[in-house]
Design a protein around this ligand. Structure first.
Ligand SMILES: Cc1ncc(C[n+]2csc(CCOP(=O)(O)OP(=O)(O)O)c2C)c(N)n1
Length: 328
């Protein structure tokens, strides 16, 4: 088996990258001004209409950062294509495309500067701006965000005839209840990624955060043994990662790269790194984190301060300095 040695500084850099993406995700959801928190957050800094999805976003940022590190830095630029099933987690994808400079290639206003951060945040989920979900306007997108179900099938399709490519596809455990996704599991029986096949590799990652919009998911209520047996029955070789720890992620990606039909199950808490409890209700680790976890941030002092604490927790001022840029 291939072992992946990951240095302390790589771990630190991955953590910084995820913190930056998380901060920019939350800022897109809530802020219309005061993007660097230069003064205490005020009601006037909050967008008048809060529209977007938080619960899935930290997991997207973790998966994206680790895939990027493994394939680009460790694997020397292997051709990686990333497909996001839960396209409602678009602020996370948008944050990553922004940090990678991919957004600025098609939209120069999204530069890696305060003006670019303002542009990103103000225009998220705003009329004429970035849609709330992944859309055809998103650089590189081949699966839109609005309708769950097609990501896994699209991933197999994208790898056909591209032996150089690995297609990593992040699926939601709610998405995993759609007929389309479940039927697509049969593709392991129709698809080969052997050297002779001329196809690339597909790496499904199931983001099992336990909840969909308004309740628990079926997959995450199965025992781990049942989960693995289900996937083995379809021809996959499951690997479980139950943390956002970069070392464990890099090891899991190393293992996956050695298997013919790997399938990563990523167990997380829905809304991880966000508020634990809002107005007396459990939000983190619950479906209440699915969309906007602090819906009254623009009018309720307690929620506004919770938002401020949440944003401050990422330590963005250590990651970005105006004039110097990002240090990730
Ligand atoms: C086919 C389809 N049915 C329903 C919806 C509405 N919907 C949007 S997000 C969501 C929950 C998705 O849950 P999951 O896939 O687990 O994603 P996550 O928890 O990571 O947000 C649902 C049901 C949809 N977008 N597409």
């Amino acid at each position: 088996m291939q072992t992946v040695g990951i240095l302390g500084e790589e771990v630190e850099s991955l953590r910084r990258r995820v913190r930056a993406a998380d901060y920019l995700t939350v800022a897109q959801l809530f802020l219309q001004s005061n993007f660097l928190l230069e003064k205490p957050l005020a009601f006037s800094d909050i967008k008048p209409r809060l529209l977007g999805h938080w619960g899935t976003c930290h997991g997207i940022n973790v998966a994206y950062a680790n895939l990027r590190h493994f394939f680009r830095d460790f694997r020397g630029g292997t051709d990686l294509q990333f497909i996001l099933g839960p396209g409602h987690g678009f602020p996370a994808l948008n944050a990553n495309l922004f940090l990678d400079g991919e957004l600025a290639k098609v939209d120069p206003k999204a530069s890696l500067s305060l003006a670019g951060i303002e542009y990103l945040c103000k225009n998220f989920s705003a009329p004429g701006g970035f849609p709330s979900h992944a859309s055809p306007l998103t650089p590189g997108v081949i699966v839109e965000g609005g309708e769950l179900g097609y990501a896994l099938g699209a991933a197999y399709g994208a790898s056909l005839g591209h032996p150089e490519k690995t297609v990593a596809v992040l699926l939601g455990d709610g998405e995993f209840e759609t007929g389309t996704t479940l039927a697509s599991l049969n593709l392991t029986k129709l698809f080969s990624s052997s050297a002779e096949s001329g196809n690339g590799r597909v790496l499904p990652i199931l983001h099992a955060n336990g909840y969909k919009i308004s309740g628990p998911t079926v997959f995450s209520r199965k025992s781990e043994r049942e989960q693995k047996e289900m996937l083995r029955g379809f021809g996959f070789e499951p690997i479980v990662v139950d943390t956002d720890n970069p070392s464990k992620w890099q090891i899991a990606l190393g293992k996956a790269s050695e298997l013919p039909a790997p399938f990563i199950i990523y167990k997380s808490e829905k809304g991880e790194t966000g508020p634990e409890e809002v107005a007396g209700q459990k939000v983190r680790g619950n479906f209440l984190s699915h969309q906007i976890p602090l819906p009254l941030a623009g009018s309720d002092e307690t929620q506004l301060r919770q938002l401020e604490d949440w944003l401050v927790s990422y330590g963005f001022s250590e990651l970005y300095t105006e004039g110097k840029g990002f240090s990730l």
